[in-house]
Design a protein around this ligand. Sequence first.
Ligand code: ZN
Ligand code: ZN
Length: 126
Amino acid sequence: MKWLQRKMMILMITVGTWDDVDPDELSYEELLALGEVVGTESRGLSADSISSLRSVVYKIQNNQNGSSDTCVICRLDYEDGENLILLSCKHSYHSECITNWLQINKVCPVCSTEVSTSSGTGTPSC
Ligand SMILES: [Zn+2]
Ligand SMILES: [Zn+2]
C-alpha cells in the first residue's frame, strides 16, 4: 500500500486538498478510486526521460535573508550534499521526489512548466 499512499499524497498536492484530507480516514475503495484517477490521467515521463534530467548536488549557502530551499513535494528542507534534480524552469527538487512526481505528471509542481528533456528533439538511433 505504500506506493498508493505516495500517489495519494502527490494527487492531493496536485488538487490542493492535502490539508483537508486525512488519508487514514479514506476507505480502501476510495483509495483505489484515487489510484485509478491517477492512473488514467497519467501523463508522466518515462524513466529514461527522467534519468536524463539534470541532477545537481545541493550545497548549503548562507543567505543573509535566511531563506532556505525547500522541496515542495515532501516539504522538507534540502540538506547539504543531497541529490536534487534541476528542471529546465530552474526549480529543483529531491531527485527521489521529482522522479515519483514526473512519472505521474510531467509538469513542474511549482510553476506548471512542462518538463522537457533536451535529448527529446533528436531522431532515435535505430
Ligand atoms: Zn523532497
Ligand atoms: Zn518550475
